[in-house]
Design a protein around this ligand. Structure first.
Ligand code: ACM
Length: 548
C-alpha cells in the first residue's frame, strides 16, 4: 500500500470523525429546536445515569443502545450514580412520546415522561452523532423540545403477494424506529397467498401459502411458471411482535376479508367459496379477484371468528384491521343464499352484505373479556355501505380519494388515518428514470411529491381530532426481493415519517432534502438499500449548487 494511499485513508477517517454531529440534520425535524454555538465533547470515559423507571425499562433501552453510542461517540460509556455527562431524568409534565434534550458544554440532559420519549430522544441523539467516530465526538449546544404531530405514524407492508422473511421485517422495523414511526400495519393475507399460520385451519398455509406461478404483469397471462411459497409460523409472529415492541412499534395485523381472499377460498372452498362446486386455486394473477368469501355461509362467518381468536393473543394491541377494500360483489349477486340474506337485512346494496358480515364479527369481539376486545380498522370502501351497522369506534383508513374519504369518515364521527394512494403508495415508481424497476404507477411518486403531500389540508378545526395520523403503504405485486423493497422504501419512507411527526408549518422540502442527504451515511452503515438517484443532481433540482 502506498504512503499516499494510507495518508488519504487516514484523512478520510478523520473526516468521518469530524463530520455529522449536526443538530440541523435531524429527521423528523423536531417540533422545536434552539441552537447555540458552544460545544460538548464526549470525554474518553463518558458517564451516564438513567432513572429506575417501569421495571428499569429505560435502563434496558439505554443499555441496548450502548454499543451504537460507543461507536458513534468514540468514548467508553460508564454508568455513574450521581452527576453524569449524559443523564436521563423523568419529567411527568412531558407528553407521552415527547422528550426534551439539552446539550450544553457540561453534557447532555434528556427528560421524558414515558419510555417511548426516552427512546425517541436516543434516536435523535444517534442521528446527531457520526456513524463511526475515530476520535471523541463533539456536539454543538442545542435545546430540543420535541413531540409528535400524530399518534399514528404508520407503514404498511404487504407480504401476501411476496414475502420477505423475518430478517427483512426486522430491518423494516429498524428503519421505522430510527425515524420515530410507531405502527407497522402488516398485510398478511391476499388472493396470491395466506402468510400466517392459523392452527385451527392448517390448510390456510398448507395450501393457501403456495401459488403455482406468478403473473409477470398487471392482468397478464404470462407467468414465470415457478411455484412461490412462504408463511410465518405463530412463533415467528411472536418474535417479530416482540422485536417491534422493543422499538416502540405496535404491529397491527390485517386479515383482508371478505375480498382479496382467493388463497383462503382455495384452501377451504367447501366453507368459503360462493361456488364450491368449481375448482379454486391460489391466484397467480395480479389485480382484484372476484373469488371472494361467501359471507352468507355461517361456516364462513365462524371461520372469520376463529381466525380473529388466534390473532388476538399474537397481537396484544388495541386494533385489528379487517381490510374491506376492493371486494367485488358479482359472486354474491349470482348466489341464492346471498340474495336471500340481502333481502333479510332490508337492503338492495350488496356492499351491505359485507358490512353485515363485519357486524357479526363485531358482536363476537364485543362478547370477549375487555382485554381481548379490539377496535376495528377498515379501508375506506366500507363507507359505500350502511355504516350505521358498524360501531362508532371503528377507524377508516383512507386510500382511494383519500382526502375526501377521510373527511367523510370524520364528518360521520369516525376516526381516520390518511394513507393516500397518490403519493403515499411507496411501492410505485419513484422517478421517470429508465432504470426504475417494474412497478405500478408511472414515477409520479417522487421523493418531493411524497414529501409535499399535506395531511389534513383545509380540514375544519372541529374535525381535527378524528385524524389519527398518516401511513405509507407498500404493495408487493412486483417487488420480489428485499433489496428492491428497500430501494423503493428509502428515502421515501423518511419523507412520510417527517409528515407524521413534524408540525406542518415547519416542513419544507428544500430543507428536508439537505438533511436527508447526510443520512446516506446511515443507510450505508446499516446496509439498507436505497434510491441513490433521490440524492442526485437531476432530482435534487432545488438544492442549487450543493449537490454531490
Ligand atoms: C388498497 O390499495 N387496495 C387498499
Amino acid at each position: 500500500m502506498s504512503l499516499r494511499f494510507i495518508s488519504r485513508a487516514l484523512a478520510g477517517l478523520l473526516l468521518i470523525g469530524a463530520t455529522a454531529a449536526n443538530a440541523a440534520d435531524i429527521i423528523p425535524l423536531p417540533s422545536s429546536m434552539t441552537k447555540g454555538t458552544a460545544t460538548f465533547t464526549f470525554p474518553v470515559e463518558t458517564t451516564f445515569s438513567v432513572p429506575a423507571f417501569e421495571g428499569d425499562s429505560v435502563a434496558t433501552l439505554f443499555n441496548n443502545m450502548l454499543p451504537a453510542l460507543e461507536k458513534a461517540t468514540g468514548a467508553k460509556l460508564k454508568q455513574a450514580a450521581g452527576k453524569a455527562d449524559i443523564s436521563l431524568a423523568i419529567d411527568q409534565s412531558i407528553a407521552p412520546e415527547g422528550y426534551i434534550m439539552n446539550v450544553t458544554p457540561a453534557g447532555i440532559v434528556v427528560t421524558a415522561s414515558r419510555p417511548a420519549g426516552f427512546f425517541y430522544a436516543l434516536q435523535t441523539l444517534q442521528q446527531m452523532l457520526p456513524v463511526v467516530a475515530s476520535q471523541p465526538a463533539t456536539l454543538t449546544e442545542v435545546t430540543i423540545a420535541d413531540t409528535p404531530r400524530f399518534g399514528w405514524r404508520g407503514f404498511m407492508l404487504d407480504e401476501g403477494r411476496h414475502i420477505f422473511g423475518k430478517d427483512e421485517v426486522k430491518k423494516v422495523i429498524d428503519m421505522m424506529a430510527l425515524y420515530k414511526m410507531n405502527r407497522l400495519h402488516w398485510h398478511l393475507t391476499e388472493d396470491q397467498g395466506w402468510r400466517i399460520e392459523i392452527k385451527k385451519y392448517p390448510k390456510l398455509t398448507d395450501v393457501g401459502a403456495t401459488r403455482s406461478s406468478t403473473s409477470l404483469g398487471w392482468g397478464s397471462f404470462n407467468t414465470d411458471t415457478i411455484p412461490y411459497s412462504g408463511y410465518y409460523t405463530q412463533d415467528d409472529i411472536k418474535e417479530i411482535v416482540a422485536y417491534a415492541k422493543d422499538r416502540f412499534i405496535e404491529i397491527v395485523p390485517e386479515i383482508d376479508i371478505p375480498g382479496h381472499t382467493q388463497a383462503a377460498v382455495a384452501a377451504y372452498p367447501e366453507i368459503l367459496a360462493c361456488d364450491p362446486e368449481n375448482p379454486h386455486e391460489v391466484w397467480i394473477m395480479q389485480g382484484v379477484s372476484p373469488d371472494v368469501m361467501n359471507v352468507s355461509n355461517p361456516a364462513a362467518v365462524q371461520f372469520a371468528k376463529d381466525v380473529i381468536d388466534e390473532l388476538i393473543p399474537l397481537f396484544p394491541y388495541g386494533y385489528l384491521h379487517l381490510g374491506g377494500d376492493e371486494c367485488p360483489t358479482t359472486k354474491w349477486e349470482q348466489n341464492d343464499a346471498c340474495k336471500a340474506q340481502l333481502d333479510s337485512i332490508g337492503s338492495t346494496n350488496y356492499r351491505d352484505l359485507q358490512l353485515n358480515f363485519y357486524k357479526e364479527l363485531v358482536k363476537h369481539l364485543a362478547a370477549k373479556p375487555k382485554a381481548d376486545q379490539r377496535k376495528l380498522i377498515f379501508w375506506n370502501e366500507v363507507l359505500h355501505g350502511n355504516t350505521d351497522m358498524l360501531p362508532q369506534d371503528m377507524t377508516i383508513m383512507a386510500w382511494v380519494g383519500a382526502d375526501k374519504a377521510a373527511k367523510e369518515a370524520a364528518t360521520k364521527g369516525l376516526t381516520t388515518i390518511l394513507t393516500p394512494q397518490i403519493p403515499y403508495y411507496i411501492n410505485r415508481k419513484q422517478s421517470p428514470l429508465a432504470g426504475e424497476p417494474m412497478s405500478q404507477g408511472w414515477g409520479t411518486e417522487t421523493l418531493e411529491a411524497v414529501y409535499n403531500y399535506v395531511p389534513m389540508k383545509d380540514i375544519p378545526a372541529e374535525l381535527a381530532d378524528k385524524y389519527m395520523g398518516v401511513q405509507a403503504n407498500f404493495w408487493s405485486e412486483y417487488v420480489m426481493t428485499p433489496e428492491f423493497l428497500e430501494y423503493l422504501m428509502l428515502p421515501r419512507l423518511v419523507a412520510v415519517a417527517e409528515a407524521a411527526w413534524t408540525p406542518q408549518d415547519k416542513r419544507n422540502y428544500e430543507d428536508f432534502h439537505k438533511r436527508i442527504r447526510s443520512h446516506e451515511d446511515i443507510f450505508q452503515a446499516k446496509d439498507w438499500n436505497y434510491a441513490r438517484h433521490a440524492f442526485a443532481k437531476e432530482v435534487c433540482n432545488k438544492c442549487k449548487g450543493e449537490q454531490k
